[in-house]
Write a protein that binds this ligand. Structure first.
Ligand SMILES: [Zn+2]
Ligand SMILES: [Zn+2]
Length: 224
């Protein structure tokens, strides 16, 4: 077997149990490298690495002052140098097979939610990359999801400052149709690939909250 991440031959015994347990091969050293969490204080809400342990970091307080918060934010992988590299390869060198690697780290109780909703990518980005990096991981993990959000985000918003993004119009909208209108009273999970400032997710939530779900949590594969 060849490791999907480092492309080296996996030397462990390929006995039947490990063959079936594993969806796709990832060698043990890569598995360890990618599951590493840096030590240090963490924000209790968004899991950002901070100087000292605190309930909410300045970013979370900034967001709370401007948006309605999600119930909780779950983060699957720390944004270490290695994870950064993984996402770079996955998103920018279009190594789509890495969706299988990221999917292995999804440890979330999806069954507790009525609907998982990935953050959408714009039509231009879709054309350029060929896939929505978030929904592709959900597909690899065999997690059902609904594409009820869309975006007309033309510019790379990440290049705008925090304040500029706050005053810019919300780039997300809910697609017409039954799925979006049936969110009332439901437990929804918004899924994003990398949580940086958190503004993207909070803008998406702003649209979702208009449909009055019972609860909305966030799952992010990694946290920058
Ligand atoms: Zn490997
Ligand atoms: Zn925080």
């Amino acid at each position: 077997m060849i490791c999907l991440y480092c492309h080296s031959r996996i030397r462990e015994e390929a006995d039947l149990i490990t063959m079936f347990k594993r969806r796709k091969p990832l060698c043990m050293p890569c598995r360890k490298k990618l599951s590493l969490w840096r030590s240090g204080g963490r924000c209790g809400f968004c899991h950002r690495l901070v100087d000292r342990e605190e309930d909410t970091c300045p970013d979370c307080r900034f967001l709370a002052g401007n948006y309605r918060r999600p119930g909780k934010i779950m983060c699957m992988m720390d944004y270490t140098g290695e994870v950064k590299m993984l996402f770079h390869r996955y998103k920018f060198t279009k190594d789509a097979a890495l969706s299988e690697v990221i999917a292995m780290f999804l440890k979330c109780r999806f069954g507790e939610y009525d609907m998982s909703i990935p953050i959408p990518v714009s039509a231009a980005r879709m054309e350029e990359r060929g896939y929505n990096q978030t929904s592709m991981v959900l597909r690899a993990a065999k997690v059902p999801y609904r594409d009820i959000l869309a975006t007309d985000k033309a510019a790379r918003q990440s290049e705008l400052g925090k304040r500029a993004r706050l005053t810019a119009p919300n780039p997300f909208y809910l697609k017409e149709g039954r799925a979006a209108s049936s969110l009332a009273g439901k437990r929804v999970l918004v899924v994003d690939d990398i949580y940086t400032t958190g503004i993207t997710v909070h803008q998406a939530l702003e649209k979702i909250y208009t449909m009055k779900p019972d609860a909305a949590d966030v799952l992010t594969f990694s946290k920058a």
